[in-house]
Write a protein that binds this ligand. Structure first.
Ligand code: FAD
Length: 300
């Protein structure tokens, strides 16, 4: 008899994590907390909070991470970048996290100060690269450190070999998990995974999954970030610019198809880029079998 697809079997130990961005306005703060409250009962491994370009959200990221720590039982991870700050300033941010009890940092170089796609120049007196930041964090405290990985390679890297070498250096410096840039074609992820494993790297390379809430926005961002947008994906959203309700259903179907295929092919850890909205991610987690305990289940 043919073996049942992994995604159709029960009781899978699946680990999920959720990424949020710090809110700018009281309204955004309210919707972020609605999203966190809805997703918290799913017991994510951690939730992470991004750090605005050039440290522009330093206080807001800190405040959001601290509130998660104080008001939920979820473990927060704070993103931290090298751009636009001296080592002393970055160290101060990291120490402040350590002092309030944050034990997980997502350590990144950050985008060039001129914005995504511009030329990168290290900040004078700052950590030049993510590799340096990881080493610096290690010297401050026994943080769990996650870093980025790029299944389609980082746009500034000359080759996959360079990217994988950088990943190795981040691990040597103390990183224990990589979270990938989002991708839509799972073969791209598995080809990258093959390269990484062939290079002897064994840490989890957790796929970053984005639920496409707004196709045009996602496609625009993907192009700048060096992530490809397949023609078939564009076709699925074609003609729906003025039909948000159908777009949401399509987005859920697309995300479900992607995670089921990843699951069938052996993946059991997922990082969701939530865009601070819970519904779609909650539904996809439900499909994955990630559920709240009956007495914790949130209502929509
Ligand atoms: P890195 O791994 O540091 O690589 C960037 C480039 O530098 C590559 O081309 C690499 O080859 C090169 N490089 C690295 N180390 C060296 C070295 N020692 N010597 C020479 N070259 C080197 N951005 C934000 O501003 N805030 C966020 O919160 C944020 N969160 C993110 C989360 C995830 C999961 C991902 C995938 C990205 C995130 N980004 C964030 C975007 C990220 O900052 C940008 O993509 C940035 O351009 C690269 O930083 P990095 O740490 O991802 O890349």
């Amino acid at each position: 008899m043919q073996e049942q697809r992994r995604s159709r079997r029960q009781h899978r130990p699946i680990e999920v994590s959720f990424e949020f961005f710090p809110p700018k306005t009281p309204e955004m703060e309210k919707s972020l907390w609605e999203a966190i409250s809805r997703l918290a009962p799913l017991h994510p491994k951690f939730v992470s909070v991004t750090y605005g370009a050039g440290g522009s959200t330093r206080e807001r990221t800190h405040a959001t991470v601290a509130r998660i720590l104080n008001e939920t039982d979820i473990k927060p991870a704070a993103h931290l970048t090298c751009v636009g700050a001296t080592r002393a300033e970055v160290d101060e941010v990291a120490r402040a996290y350590w002092d309030v009890g944050v034990r997980h940092i997502v350590a990144l170089r950050g985008d060039p100060q001129g914005g995504l796609g511009g030329a990168y120049a290290p900040t004078p007196g700052g950590y030049a690269f993510s590799t340096d930041l990881v080493a610096g964090l290690r010297a401050i405290g026994d943080f769990e450190i996650s870093v980025s990985a790029y299944p389609e390679k980082h746009p500034e890297s000359k080759s996959f070999e360079q990217d994988i070498e950088v990943l190795r250096r981040k691990i040597d410096a103390g990183a224990t998990r990589a979270i990938t840039q989002f991708f839509f074609d799972n073969d791209i992820y598995f080809r990258f995974l093959d390269r990484v494993r062939a290079a002897g790297i064994t840490i989890p390379i957790v796929p970053g999954v984005t639920a496409v809430q707004n196709f045009k926005q996602t496609a625009n961002f993907a192009r700048r970030a060096g992530a490809s947008v397949p023609e078939w994906l564009a076709e699925r959203f074609e003609g729906l610019d003025d039909d948000p309700a159908t777009r949401r259903l399509i987005a859920a179907a697309v995300a479900a198809e992607q995670v089921f295929d990843l699951l069938d092919r052996g993946v059991d850890q997922f990082h969701f880029y939530t865009m601070n909205r819970a519904d779609l991610v909650y539904a996809v987690c439900h499909l994955l079998g990630v559920r709240a305990a009956p007495d914790e289940a949130a209502t929509a």
